[in-house]
Design a protein. Structure first.
Length: 141
């Protein structure tokens, strides 16, 4: 049975962050959504919990980092094709994200674009052709 992962992100505007993730293809799970949190399902096994700062502080004694000025995590989201990477980036930009905050990457077998959400969390949108992934170098003894 695959394990589930819940990514918890502090957000300043719950509605804007929810709109942004919906543009990335996430759907809301109303069972875990209220005025302080929104559970956004990326897949059956991956959920992003958007938490207001007050709610987020209930889970950690640490200061909440400003994702616009510090790097805390890079979230990589697989897309179905090269075209889907571009379409998802465009949708994210239309939903309040900042597109291409880092240069677009194209390695032949893999392409990626980076998008910052309204709070500055970086989402790497990528597509990879596993059949074209270079094999690992052989270790020599």
């Amino acid at each position: 049975m695959p394990k589930k992962i819940f990514i918890n992100l502090p957000v300043t505007d719950l509605a804007a962050s929810r709109h942004f993730l919906e543009a990335l293809g996430a759907t809301n799970d109303p069972r875990f959504t209220d005025a302080t949190a929104a559970c956004m399902m990326i897949s059956d096994t991956i959920a992003v919990m958007l938490l207001t700062h007050d709610k987020f502080r209930q889970f950690t004694p640490c200061e909440i980092a400003d994702a616009r000025t510090t790097s805390q995590v890079l979230l990589a989201l697989h897309c179905d094709s090269r075209a889907a990477v571009d379409a998802t980036a465009a949708a994210a930009g239309a939903a309040g994200g900042t597109v291409d905050i880092a240069p677009r990457q194209d390695h032949g077998f893999m392409v990626s674009r980076s998008v910052a959400d309204p709070d500055g969390h970086i989402w790497e949108l990528f597509w990879m052709d596993m059949a074209q992934v270079p094999s690992a170098p052989t270790a020599h003894n």
